[in-house]
Write a protein of this length. Structure first.
Length: 301
């Protein structure tokens, strides 16, 4: 099977490379010449323009987008869609908001082009370990694309699934990432408590290794935590600033819309926001209030 990959950043290039290794033919486009050159070194046919990429694909065309969520997806589609024909398939493998996916799918459906949303997890390890893929879209398109997902997954029968109609793949990945926020926060808090008990002089890397085998809390995230503690047990040189890429916010908002209580996911999101407060007005006001009602000491800057 042959397809075009738009976006040859690390994850897009790795996915294309895994497909090539499985015997599929992949052409790729990225606006950065360096990315195209790297991809060519892994057997991915580089195209200098989006137009050249589409022109070189057999019909019906399959185009996989691995570009950042938001306006870049829309601008890419603005250029791509006029180049396509009825019967072609577009896959969005990024972390798009599912409501944007529904809007885009409706616009392409009017043109006879199938839109498939593939929530993709696996990060930098996907090339060797395979990707977890939550796929939404029409049955006919999924039947065509099945060999691609089987090649990208850890095995043909594990790690991927057609979870529902278009939009459901990105919705499922959104919730997946919300769960990830909560798991990461729990690990971080637990190891912070262990680190705080200085009397015991605990070896956090050793404890992480103990937990990795047989424990109910073992996971891939714990594996990564153990590696991080091995390499840098004091977290030296790392600023206490945690980014979020949007999915946790969307998950918390969706929980509110659905009247579903999701305190762990929501609080883990708020903790990420709090990590960025270098000069918290709220904390200063709290100190002033404590001083006002109880005469508690205020620490001066």
């Amino acid at each position: 099977m042959e397809l075009g990959m738009v976006g040859l950043g690390r994850m897009g290039a790795n996915m294309a490379q895994r497909l090539v290794q499985a015997g599929h033919k992949v052409a790729g486009f990225d606006p950065m010449p360096e990315a195209r050159a790297r991809a060519a070194g892994h057997g991915i046919g580089p195209a200098d323009t989006l137009e050249a990429l589409v022109a070189g694909l057999p019909s019906p065309r399959i185009v996989w987008l691995m570009v950042p969520a938001g306006k870049i997806v829309d601008s890419t589609l603005d250029t791509l869609v006029p180049l396509l024909q009825p019967g072609d398939i577009v896959i969005d493998g990024g972390n798009s908001y599912y409501k944007d996916t529904l809007r885009r799918a409706g616009a392409l459906q009017d043109k006879g082009i199938a839109y498939v949303d593939c929530g993709t997890s696996g990060g930098v390890w996907g090339l060797t370990e395979g990707y977890s893929m939550m796929v939404g879209g029409p049955d006919e398109a999924l039947a065509t694309l099945k060999p691609i997902f089987e090649a990208l997954a850890p095995s043909p029968t594990t790690g991927w699934g057609h979870v529902g109609p278009v939009g459901s793949g990105h919705f499922t990945k959104m919730v997946h990432n919300g769960v990830e926020y909560g798991l990461m926060q729990a690990y971080a808090e637990g190891f912070a408590i262990l680190q705080g008990k200085q009397d015991f002089k605990l070896d956090l890397h050793q404890i992480a290794e103990v937990w990795r085998t047989g424990s109910v809390v073992r996971s891939w995230l714990l594996d990564l935590t153990a590696e991080a503690l091995k390499d840098n047990p004091t977290m030296a040189g790392i600023a206490p600033y945690v980014e979020d890429s949007g999915e946790g916010r969307w998950t918390a908002a969706e929980a509110i819309d659905l009247d579903v209580a999701a305190p762990v996911i929501t609080l883990s999101l708020l903790e990420r926001l709090r990590s960025r407060e270098k000069d918290s007005y709220a904390d200063k006001l709290l100190a002033a209030m404590r001083n006002g009602f109880g005469g508690h000491k205020i620490t001066r800057e």
